[in-house]
Design a protein around this ligand. Structure first.
Ligand SMILES: Cc1ncc(COP(=O)(O)O)c(C=O)c1O
Length: 384
């Protein structure tokens, strides 16, 4: 019998309470019961986002909400700045290309963060830049960018700051209002602990003023339509929502509420710390920085002589632990351990155990327990 442990940075494990909530008979989305639930979900999402801004939701994956940011903020030919340090940063470039924007693409070495001072300088050099697009938690490398410093770098300019926090929301803290992040995109299948299929975007007043002048085409992803539906006495969405996912989210957010926002982020920091300690204890090398900001996913270099595909197949098929591989030019060179969302010490201990066993079986000289004992030491000291 194989017990399965999903240790990827999306989709992530779902609490049984959330699965049960979503499995209830569906309710209609134009009745008061749904509106009340949707209003509560919106308010509770604001606690995780740490914002008073409007939050719009779409029945789409996270990329849909990213696309919505481009088409609602920009017009053809607009100048935008993209600061990227991984596969998901590239997505802002791809979207900008598709929609005919005049983009300045700055790429930082994968595995290292964006430099906030460069953004500040670029905005000083070119006052025509309308928007700055950055990835908060770069899931492909495990890097978490310093959104507070980036927020400060953009705040003095006329540009709006857009953050892809799809894998960061709920695991790597983002103080949307205090850090002056105008638009924050997130998705359901990461630390929000529900299945894939919902995406969210918060929009500041500064961003709304850009929305008014945007001429790119949009229909389903039109933020103005979404805001109108939200502003009704009984808040709703312009189009049919993914009702069962929203019901699940209501439960997930109540669990986050019960845990408390400070404990939520602290737990993720400890999960990251324990994972990094274990990896180093096993004699493996980290690809993501050895940095407490990196609380969503840990990227690890595949040791010399080990084939990434074989390693991940063995951890999955024999030990039940599904890990993620690398993307883009680092495919085959790293493995990624996701720990954003419904994770605690048990998951990390199991994942590290599987990794040790599989590496040993593939002939890598690893001492069994060398990683697990280091993770245990962190949990013993710091478990939240
Ligand atoms: C940082 C980041 N951005 C964008 C995406 C794309 O989201 P989706 O696959 O939900 O469209 C992901 C998904 O892994 C992500 O982690």
């Amino acid at each position: 019998m194989i017990k399965k442990f999903l240790m990827t940075p999306g989709p992530t494990q779902i609490p049984p309470e959330v699965l049960l909530a979503s499995a209830q008979p569906i309710i209609h989305h134009r009745i008061g019961t749904y509106s009340d639930l949707f209003a509560r979900v919106n308010e509770n999402l604001k606690l995780v986002y740490q914002t008073k801004n409007v939050i719009i939701s779409f029945a789409s994956s996270g990329t849909g909400a990213m696309e919505s940011a481009v088409v609602n903020l920009c017009s053809p030919g607009d100048k935008v700045l993209i600061a990227s340090c991984g596969k998901f940063g590239e997505r802002w470039r791809d979207l900008s290309q598709v929609y005919g924007l005049d983009y300045d693409y700055r790429e930082y070495e994968w595995g290292t963060p964006v430099v906030p001072g460069d953004i500040e300088q670029a905005l000083k050099d070119d006052s025509g830049i309308k928007a700055v697009f950055v990835t908060h938690s770069e899931t492909s490398t495990g890097v978490v960018n310093d959104m507070q410093a980036i927020g400060a770098a953009v705040a003095g300019s006329s540009a709006v700051l857009v953050s892809d926090s799809i894998s960061g929301m709920g695991s790597a803290e983002i103080k949307t209002d205090e850090w002056k992040i105008d638009v924050v995109v997130s998705g359901s299948q990461k630390a929000l602990m529900i299945p894939p299929g919902l995406a969210f975007v918060s929009v500041s007043d500064k961003a709304w003023s850009l929305v008014e002048s945007s001429t790119l085409p949009k229909y389903y992803f039109d933020w103005t339509k979404a805001r109108k539906a939200l502003a009704q006495e009984k808040p709703t969405t312009a189009f049919t929502p993914a009702v069962s996912l929203v019901v699940g989210l209501d439960k997930a957010l109540s669990m986050i509420h019960d845990e408390g926002i400070d404990n939520l982020f602290k737990r993720h920091i400890v999960l990251g710390r324990a994972t990094r300690a274990a990896i180093k204890g096993m004699g493996l090398e980290l690809f993501s920085p050895d940095d407490d900001h990196c609380s969503s996913v840990t990227a690890v270099k595949v040791p010399e002589g080990i084939e990434d595909g074989k390693l991940r197949t063995l951890t999955r098929d024999k030990y039940g632990v599904q890990l993620a591989g690398g993307q883009g030019h680092i495919k085959g060179k790293i493995i990624r351990i996701g720990h954003c969302g419904y994770y605690n010490y048990t998951d990390i201990i199991v994942a590290i155990t599987a990794l040790e066993l599989a590496l040993k079986e593939l002939g890598h000289p690893v001492e069994l327990g060398s990683g697990v004992s280091r993770a245990q030491a962190v949990f013993g000291e710091e478990m939240v």
